[in-house]
Design a binder for this molecule. Structure first.
Ligand SMILES: [Zn+2]
Length: 204
């Protein structure tokens, strides 16, 4: 039994390490959904699509699903306007029991690149866990390349104090994927899959 004696202190250490950015398996009641870009900042653009328009539509779909499951939701923007990254994060930081979910669409000069990925702040255990739940749902119903969940030093994740992820929902620079991203049915399924990941993380 002696070899198990380290376990309680290890668990405590993990708990302390996770506390700065939320705790894995946490109970939350509020989701701040952040539609990337907006206003003067269109984000990526390709094949007639603007990232800022796709993110806003997707965020509203996600909000509808999450609120129907009893979660309080708030969007960082509801219209086509620019919001500073700090102000987006502040919406999440202003109340306890909140997670932050930013949605984006990707682009690359190499137009063959496609797929979805979920990003979290390096060292955030709960961010990593939420990212793993979301990413494992993405592409479950769609044939979409799974690019995995990865740590990334993104400003909006740095400024967010709670559990936070940023989801890249597809490459609009890829002709095939841009057609899907531009379609309502695709964004609806992506929203349902993200919601499923969030709900599974909540109900751990
Ligand atoms: Zn973006």
């Amino acid at each position: 039994m002696r070899r198990f004696s380290l376990l309680p202190s290890l668990a405590l250490l993990l708990l302390l390490a996770g506390s700065a950015k939320g705790v894995a398996g946490e109970k939350f009641t509020r989701v701040v959904i952040d539609p990337g870009h907006g206003g003067l900042d269109p984000g990526s653009s390709a094949f007639g699509l603007l990232e800022k328009e796709l993110t806003l539509d997707l965020a509203k779909r996600l909000e509808k699903i999450l609120s129907s499951h009893g979660l309080t939701t708030e969007l960082t923007r509801r219209v086509d306007k620019y919001v500073e990254l700090g102000d987006r994060a502040e919406k999440a930081n202003s109340q306890a029991g909140t997670i932050f979910v930013s949605v984006h669409f990707n682009a690359h000069t190499d137009r063959s690149i496609s797929g979805t990925e979920t990003l979290y702040w390096p060292g955030s255990d709960s961010g990593r866990e939420l990212a793993s739940y979301v990413q494992s749902e993405l592409g479950r119903r769609l044939v979409t390349r799974n690019r995995g969940f990865k740590p990334k030093r993104l400003k909006v994740l740095e400024k967010t104090k709670c559990t936070a992820v940023l989801i890249e929902c597809g490459f609009i620079s890829n002709r095939w994927e841009s057609q899907r991203c531009g379609a309502e049915w695709f964004r609806q399924i992506i929203a349902e899959e993200i919601a499923q990941g969030i709900l599974r993380y909540r109900d751990l």
